[in-house]
Design a protein around this ligand. Structure first.
Ligand code: SAM
Length: 291
């Protein structure tokens, strides 16, 4: 990843740029580069920015920023956790920054959370520097495994109430996390009233990838849904999660009273937003109708 400087080399003139499909770019003003190394799997960069606080990049792509990580982590976690009537056993695939585990473990009913992250370097760098997201990785209910989520999913005989696939884009080691075989395994490890949620890319810049994910999920699940969230530092702003269930409906089975009863406070999530997130814009709805 390139941190760009001008001739004066003043720190205030450094920018980090995310290339978006070679047609656009997002730029963030950098105060300092904290960590930059190639792991066994990917290029890992952590920078401190002027407007977004710490930002984690993998292979040059924004994973999360201190300023708005709550949006993504609220929506990947609390939407399925409040649709499932009693989520006790949770599985996270990926999620090395720890933000999803942090939100899952705020639910008092969770007895056990397994997190399977392929890249130990991502976990280590976030534990050392990115405390806002990694703060719950020492929770005794968390079983953190550094191994390939695809292999774990194929081999485990455990059952889970909620599975969250908190992965990078479908490139490199994350590619099989978006495939048909993987989703068949997700279906197998889910309990009878289980719910799976997966990072579902952007309907603007990655419409084809989004269609492909939904297609692959539907080969394993008969009940599939998409819901949206808007994120400040992801390309295009509007991004989606794919949800798959064994029958639960994210709106009809959503018991709003459980949100208040949980006693949890949120920065992004609330019941009205839960409902509204499933209302897709027309262009996106049409994209999936033909599938
Ligand atoms: N919020 C981010 C986003 O969508 O931009 C994603 C979070 S990032 C922490 C995703 C994590 O998935 C990375 O740490 C990456 O190492 C991990 N990952 C990729 N492929 C994986 C695999 N096959 N098994 C487990 N984890 C994987």
């Amino acid at each position: 990843m390139e941190v760009k400087t001008n001739d004066t080399q003043s720190p205030l003139d450094m920018w980090v740029e995310e290339n978006i499909e070679n047609i656009a770019a997002n730029k963030f003003r950098v105060l300092e580069s904290i960590y930059s190394k190639r792991s066994r799997f990917q290029q890992v960069d952590l920078v401190r920015t002027k407007g977004h606080g710490l930002m984690l990049f993998l292979d040059g792509l924004v994973m999360c920023s201190e300023r708005d990580e709550f949006v993504y982590h609220d929506m990947i976690t609390h939407v399925p956790m409040f649709v499932h009537p009693d989520p006790r056993r949770v599985l996270i695939i990926g999620g090395g920054d720890g933000g999803t585990a942090r939100e899952v473990l705020r639910h008092k009913g969770v007895e056990h959370c397994t997190m399977v992250e392929i890249d130990g370097d991502v976990v280590d760098v976030c534990k050392e520097y990115f405390h806002q997201t990694s703060c719950s990785l020492g929770d005794p209910r968390l079983d953190l495994r550094i191994e390939d989520g695809v292999r774990f999913m194929a081999e485990t005989d455990q059952k889970f109430d909620v599975v969250m696939i908190d992965s990078t884009d479908p490139i490199g080691p994350a590619t099989p996390l978006f495939g048909e075989a993987f989703y068949k395994d997700v279906h197998r490890v889910l309990a009878e009233d289980g719910i799976a949620v997966a990072q579902g890319e952007s309907p603007f810049y990655q419409a084809q990838a989004q269609q492909a994910i939904l297609h692959n999920v539907r080969t394993a699940f008969s009940h599939t849904y998409m819901y949206n969230y808007s994120n400040l530092c992801y390309p295009g702003g509007l991004w989606s999660f794919v949800m798959a269930t064994k029958g639960l409906d994210p709106l009809a089975d959503f018991d709003e009273a459980r949100v208040a009863a949980s006693g949890l406070e949120f920065q992004y999530y609330n019941p009205a937003l839960h409902r509204g997130a499933f209302a897709l814009p027309e262009f996106q709805r049409r994209l999936y109708e033909g599938l």
